[in-house]
Design a protein around this ligand. Structure first.
Ligand code: ZN
Length: 217
């Protein structure tokens, strides 16, 4: 599970996704590892309400460090509980891993206040501007964050993954909706894509989306 940290110097630090509840100490250690403190955090951006992406949010969020999510998933985050509503993503490996890692039980996590709700097209005043792209399908309120620098950097969350290759995620609430989201990402402009699970794609990333999930004619 990947957690990303944007360091804006005096303007603060932004976490993008925050791992499981048990990962809070490790994240703190990583922040101190670059000579900063958790109190330097100014923003927490969360792609979606799954325990491996927001489990530590309650630990780090505060009045001055709000957690930002799409309204649909923010509601789940505030409840601190998610019913398991996903089906395995396409492919044999996903169906095997899904059974091992996800199963059918609801998951709980420390409730997140998620003070800032965003929607598609919003631009966050963080690190020179980060655009919210609503990419539902993995969850209803899944968002990706497009940071418009260095040719564009997409924080893709779990819309896709890049673990054993660039592919579908382990599971989706609604695969057809996810496929629309994936095709839409291919029409955007970004060189780099980073994922909740797996390795980054460092060049021509939007073209890789477009090739794998072409837009309908
Ligand atoms: Zn997820």
């Amino acid at each position: 599970m990947n957690v990303y940290l944007i360091d804006e110097g005096d303007a603060g630090l932004t976490l993008v996704d925050v791992g499981f509840e048990k990962n809070a100490a490790k994240i703190t250690e990583a922040i101190r590892g670059i000579g900063r403190e958790p109190s330097d955090l100014t923003n927490i951006l969360i792609t979606h309400a799954h325990p491996d992406h927001l489990g530590s949010a309650a630990h780090f969020e505060s009045d001055t460090t709000p957690a930002t999510m799409h309204a649909i998933d923010a509601e789940i985050a505030r409840a601190g509980k998610i019913e398991q509503t996903m089906s395995p993503g396409p492919g044999l490996l996903n169906s095997i891993l899904f059974r091992i890692l996800i199963g059918s039980k609801p998951a709980t996590f420390p409730p997140v206040a998620a003070k800032i709700s965003v929607q598609d097209g919003d631009t966050l005043d963080i690190a020179g501007g980060i655009e919210v792209v609503h990419t539902p399908g993995h969850t209803g309120g899944h968002v990706s964050f497009l940071w418009k620098r260095d040719g564009g950097i997409l924080f893709a969350g779990d819309v896709a993954s890049n673990m054993t290759g660039f592919n579908y995620s382990l599971g989706y609430d609604d695969l057809a909706t996810a496929e629309n989201s994936l095709a839409r990402l291919g029409r955007l402009d970004f060189d780099t894509a980073v994922f909740g699970h797996g390795n980054p794609i460092m060049e021509n990333a939007a073209k890789r989306f477009a090739k794998k999930w072409p837009s309908p004619e």
